[in-house]
Design a protein around this ligand. Structure first.
Ligand code: ATP
Length: 350
């Protein structure tokens, strides 16, 4: 493998169950040490993709290369990957140390013990090696499953909702610890989660899947601010679509008034488009803009999310520092920050 070569390269991979497609012509690449994450609604094929990479599911078509080599003919144990699935699958009759040593049979005995001790220390389980899984808390069991997958020092870890059974605080801590550890060891990972905040906090690159397809594979910032499709825009983060009519190459007619962009945008005059307005794209203003009614206010801590209604009934959202939050029923002026908004052609849902 050359430095420029991806660790994992998936090319137009398709998976099906009894002829029913679950993953459709999906392509992505993961570099050595890169942390990736897959987001998407339930049933969109995230677990199937992970199982195909791990070798537990045979794809119907496409290519899967690991370290530059075709991985499809290889059985799971020949792919050199670590994985943690939702149901942990710890061996109840083995101690923590026994569980963590499980994949280390090729190491000489002394080295194996040292590796187990080192891994337990790295993951915050020192002193617990002689306990059995049932003698541990849920968070500790989760750490054992991670330690077991990390002990052989794979170069790629596949993680299917490994934190889902934990409470929010523990979940956040384990996620941050794992991210730091993987970065330190240079281990790449592909994490499946339902939780956007987790995806943004953990991953360098986040993918959004819908009905077996990967719609976008990009850093979280880009997914949020430059979503490739309306589905990605509405699945990731909050925001509303403002219907608009193209008046000229750089001007749109909307319920917020005429929006004039600095440069022509290439939309056909007279066509219908939708302007994605994230809460942070709409700014409160003293003058200009348009007056809206505050419909509801959701306190978020530092900021409060205000849902506004324009005179024509269009609903939009904006963030206001919570010290300056308005009362429901009051009126406030807002204007969009056109430097950051994204415009989609058409008025359908996808
Ligand atoms: P979730 O977020 O709910 O775990 P997911 O995105 O991981 O969902 P998959 O579990 O990969 O989705 O499922 C993708 C599609 O394949 C779904 O329509 C699902 O019903 C179907 N499917 C998954 N496993 C099987 C199976 N063993 N047999 C038949 N169909 C399956």
């Amino acid at each position: 493998m050359t430095p420029a070569q991806p660790l994992l390269a998936i090319d137009r991979l398709s998976c099906a169950y009894a002829g029913q497609p679950a993953v459709r012509e999906l392509s992505l690449a993961l570099a050595p040490g890169e942390l990736g994450c897959l987001l998407g609604p339930s049933g969109c094929g995230k677990t199937t993709l992970l199982r195909a990479i791990a070798g537990f599911h045979a794809p119907a078509a496409g290519a899967l290369r690991l370290r530059g080599r075709d991985a499809l003919p290889l059985p799971p144990e020949g792919r050199g990957l670590g994985f943690v699935f939702q149901d942990l699958a710890l061996f109840p009759h083995l101690t923590v140390a026994g569980n963590v040593a499980f994949g280390l049979h090729r190491l000489p005995r002394a080295e194996r013990a040292a590796r187990v001790a080192e891994t337990l220390a790295m993951i915050g389980l020192e002193g617990l090696g002689e306990r059995y899984p049932h003698e541990l808390s849920g968070g500790q069991q989760q750490r054992v499953a991670l330690a077991r997958s990390l002990a052989p020092r794979p170069d790629l870890l596949l993680l299917d909702e490994p934190f889902s059974s934990l409470d929010a605080d523990l979940r956040g801590r384990l996620r941050d610890d794992l991210r730091a550890l993987l970065k330190r060891l240079g281990i790449a990972a592909l994490l499946v989660t339902h939780d956007q905040e987790e995806a943004f906090a953990f991953a360098d690159t986040v993918g959004v899947m819908q009905a077996g397809r990967l719609l976008q594979w990009a850093p979280g910032f880009e997914l949020y601010h430059r979503p490739a499709t309306p589905f990605v825009a509405s699945f990731v983060g909050e925001g509303r679509f403002l219907p608009a009519t193209v008046l000229a190459g750089n001007r749109l007619g909307t319920a917020l008034g005429e929006l004039e962009f600095a440069a022509p945008q290439g939309w056909p005059v007279g066509s219908t488009v939708r302007v994605l307005l994230r809460p942070d794209d709409l700014r409160p203003t003293e003058t200009g803009g348009i007056e809206a009614e505050v419909r509801s206010v959701a306190f978020r801590g530092a900021e409060s999310l205000h849902t506004l209604v324009l005179p024509d009934g269009t609903s939009l959202t904006t963030l206001v520092p919570s010290h300056q939050q308005r009362a429901p029923g009051s009126r406030m002026r807002v204007r969009p920050d056109l430097a950051h908004v994204v415009v989609f052609a058409g008025d359908g849902c996808n």
